[in-house]
Structures are given as structure tokens and as C-alpha cells.
Design a protein around this ligand. Structure first.
Ligand code: PBG
Length: 325
């Protein structure tokens, strides 16, 4: 048995394992997605996402302070308008006193200098039909008409204090259109976190409750088909050429191969979004005592990092940051 290769040698003690760990997980690599809802005095629990709330303006500020104190890398804000304020073109998304833009200003005031503030640049929360764009007469999503709306939305978000805009609508040309619009308005410092490979996924289910989505049907004509891998590299090529500052893969756990492909090819930082359904699955199994909650959460995040994400959007960002520091 002399000379036999023994990989177990380096697994013998916690100190040895720590010394040779290839991947790290740090608070700065976690970004907290947050929801701010119009007309709330108190935060409202989201039943499909236990532990995640639709925030009032006050509770948003408090939760942001707590997240930043825990060391998170950034905050990604979604807005939830009153149902009666939705319309066909998602007007409120680009109004400075719309809920999302007010929320961005609150975050910017409260924690702006100490973290990175990101905004969801998509119309779906604001349209009465729930799609990520405006509709043509035949009911299909009109790509190019939607781009104009994204630019208007982007300008309002930049003016409201967002550092990075999360272009999540999966319209063709959205990164280029938003970049040109920002530059023309002198917003050259506002960055774009491009949702580069965003797949049509059943795992978005709980999020749609979280934002009170009005969607009937699905998003298969604009989000990617789960069957496709090569196509993600095409999307990457386009987003880089159009000026993306950071590229993202979403969902994370069922798409780790895509994440690795993108990380191998990207010349800019890579993010991944551990989405609502991933959160819900682990939460539910842990609640039933079927898996160890903390172990499963940290392992899932480490796996996403190992697959190639520089940072991860996760609803556990604050809690996991407490564990890690
Ligand atoms: C759409 C959007 C979605 C999510 C964030 N923005 C998905 C969708 O409804 O298609 C999902 C996030 C999650 O599930 O956690 N703009």
C-alpha cells in the first residue's frame, strides 16, 4: 500500500479541508432581492416564500439596513403596484413617483453609499396583462415597441439612484437600447446587469405570487427554452456586444451547466439568480424535517458559486451572510 494515491489525506481535518477549499462563499457575493409594495403600512408575508415579505416603505428601509450590516454585496429591488395602477404599457414603471422608483430613492437615501442598488428593469409587474412588454394588436409581445418602454424605465430608475439596471425582460436588443438611452441622457455611470440567459421556468411560480402577477399563459415566446444550451452563448455574445457590464443566468440550480458555459466565455463578471421556486423547495423540505436547512442552503449557494457565479442573487442573502461572518 505504499505510494498509493490517497486523496482522503487532505480531507482528514477541518483545517486541511479549509486550506484546500477551491471555492469560497462570502457575504459580498450575495445579493438580496426585495419587494416593495404600494399602499402597505406593514410588511406582508408572501405565503409561497416563507420568510420573504412584500415591504412597506419603512420595512424596506429597515431590511436594507439589516442586509447591508450583514455584509451583502447588493440589493435588487422589485416594485409591486396597486392592481388599479396597472395598464397595457406599464406606465407606472417609468413614472418617478411609481412604487419601484420611490423604493429606489428610499434605498439610495438609506444605504446608498454603502452598497450596490439594483433595479428590476422589466414591465411585467406593471402591465395589466402581466407580460414583460407591450402587446401588438394580435396579442403577441411587440419587441421593438417594448424597447422604448425599457429605455423610459431605465432613465427613471437611473434618476432614482439605481447603480445597476437588471434588464430581465428577454427582449432582443434590450441591453443595447438601454445603454444608448442612458448614454444619450448623460447616465454613463449607470451599469447594466443583463439577464443574459433567462429560461422559461416552472420555478418562477412563487415569485408570481410575490409580485401579484397578472400573467395568463406563459413567457415562452421570449424566455429561453430549457432544452437549449448553445443558445445561451449566442445571448452572451449579443449582450457583451451591446454593452452589458455584468451577465446573469437564471434560474440557477437547474441551469448550472449554462452557468459554467457562460463563466468560461464571459469577459465580464457573471451572476446567477437562485429563484423563488428554488427557495421554496428547500424551505418546504426543511420545514418537513427532510433536509437540514442551513446545510442545504449553504451547499446550494456554494454549488452555484462553483459553477461559475461571481455573485448570487438569493432570498437568503441576509441570513446566509450572518452565518458566514
Ligand atoms: C420577470 C421576472 C421573473 C423573476 C424576476 N423577474 C420571472 C418571471 O415571472 O418570468 C423571477 C424571480 C424569482 O422567481 O425569484 N421580470
Amino acid at each position: 500500500m505504499t505510494g498509493m494515491d490517497r486523496p482522503r489525506r487532505l480531507r482528514r481535518t477541518p483545517a486541511l479541508r479549509r486550506l484546500v477549499a477551491e471555492t469560497s462563499l462570502e457575504p459580498r457575493q450575495l445579493v438580496l432581492p426585495m419587494f416593495v409594495a404600494d399602499g402597505l403600512d406593514e410588511p406582508k408575508e408572501i405565503s409561497s416564500l416563507p420568510g420573504v415579505a412584500q415591504h412597506s416603505m419603512d420595512s424596506l428601509r429597515k431590511a436594507a439596513v439589516e442586509a447591508v450590516a450583514a455584509g451583502v454585496g447588493g440589493l435588487m429591488l422589485f416594485g409591486v403596484p396597486r392592481p388599479e395602477d396597472k395598464d397595457g404599457i406599464g406606465s407606472q414603471a417609468s413614472e418617478l413617483d411609481g412604487i419601484l422608483n420611490r423604493g429606489l430613492r428610499a434605498l439610495s437615501e438609506e444605504v446608498g453609499d454603502s452598497t450596490v442598488i439594483m433595479a428590476d428593469t422589466c414591465l411585467d409587474e406593471f402591465t395589466d396583462h402581466g407580460h414583460c412588454g407591450v402587446l401588438s394588436a394580435d396579442g403577441s409581445v411587440d419587441n421593438d415597441a417594448t424597447l422604448h418602454r425599457y429605455v423610459e424605465m431605465a432613465l427613471a430608475q437611473a434618476a432614482s439612484g439605481a447603480d445597476l439596471l437588471g434588464t430581465s425582460g428577454m427582449m432582443d436588443g434590450q441591453v443595447g437600447a438601454v445603454r444608448r438611452g442612458l448614454d444619450a441622457a448623460g447616465r454613463t455611470d449607470t451599469g447594466i446587469l443583463a439577464y443574459t440567459a433567462k429560461y422559461s421556468s416552472a420555478f418562477y411560480g412563487p415569485f408570481r405570487e410575490a409580485v401579484g402577477s397578472s400573467l395568463q399563459g406563459d413567457r415562452r415566446t421570449y424566455q429561453q427554452d430549457a432544452a437549449n444550451r448553445r443558445e445561451a452563448l449566442h445571448e452572451l455574445e449579443l449582450d457583451l456586444a451591446e454593452g452589458a457590464d455584468i451577465v446573469m443566468v437564471k434560474p440557477a440550480m437547474s441551469y448550472l451547466d449554462i452557468l459554467r458555459d457562460i463563466a468560461n466565455e464571459s469577459t465580464v463578471p457573471v451572476a446567477a439568480y437562485q429563484i423563488s421556486g428554488e427557495y421554496a423547495m428547500i424551505s418546504a423540505a426543511a420545514e418537513r424535517g427532510w433536509i437540514d436547512r442551513r446545510g442545504a442552503i449553504l451547499e446550494s449557494l456554494l454549488g452555484i458559486r462553483r459553477a461559475g457565479a461571481d455573485f448570487v442573487l438569493t432570498y437568503w442573502a441576509t441570513e446566509a451572510s450572518h452565518w458566514l461572518s
